[in-house]
Design a protein around this ligand. Structure first.
Ligand SMILES: Nc1nc2c([nH]c(=O)n2[C@H]2C[C@H](O)[C@@H](COP(=O)(O)OP(=O)(O)OP(=O)(O)O)O2)c(=O)[nH]1
Length: 128
């Protein structure tokens, strides 16, 4: 099965964490995720996540650290999800693809209906 290399960012803003909900039209409709996307040919994971956050949210971020990769097999595709902890730097949030975003306290993150590949990443983040 095809494996996608996907980056994502846990963006901290005023002590909260930015999360986004996938739209009805996307794969994994209405699931919550950390914003990011597929690595392009020849692109580094770091460049990818900054590009995707700019494209999807219109904001600039600074990368702080990495968490463990999450490998997950969905019924139709497999992904390796590569997470970064990041800090908001500049820009007004404008969504280009997602249904909505939320800025949440850590204790609130567990209440969302997450994309399954994100759950180990979320758990690692909650233990920090
Ligand atoms: N960006 C992101 N994608 C995630 C996360 N968790 C998760 O399972 N995914 C999946 C959803 C997508 O199938 C894939 C990322 O691809 P993408 O967002 O660049 O593009 P997509 O597949 O929605 O778009 P398309 O191929 O349908 O055009 O990884 C996550 O936390 N962030």
């Amino acid at each position: 099965m095809k494996k996608l290399d996907v980056t994502c960012a846990l963006v901290c803003l005023n002590g909260k964490t930015l999360v986004v909900q996938r739209s009805e039209k996307m794969k994994l409709p209405l699931k919550w995720e950390f914003p990011g996307g597929k690595i392009e040919n020849g692109e580094s994971a770091e460049d990818c996540v900054k590009r995707e956050i700019w494209e999807e949210l219109n904001i600039e971020i600074e990368l702080i650290s990495k968490l463990s990769h999450s490998n997950f097999d969905y019924p139709n595709f497999s992904i390796e999800l590569i997470p970064f902890i990041a800090r908001y730097v500049d820009g007004d949030i404008k969504l280009s693809e997602h249904k909505q975003y939320l800025l949440l306290e850590k204790v609130e993150l567990n209440d969302l209906d997450w994309a399954e590949a994100d759950i180990p990443i979320l758990n690692e983040f909650l233990r920090l």
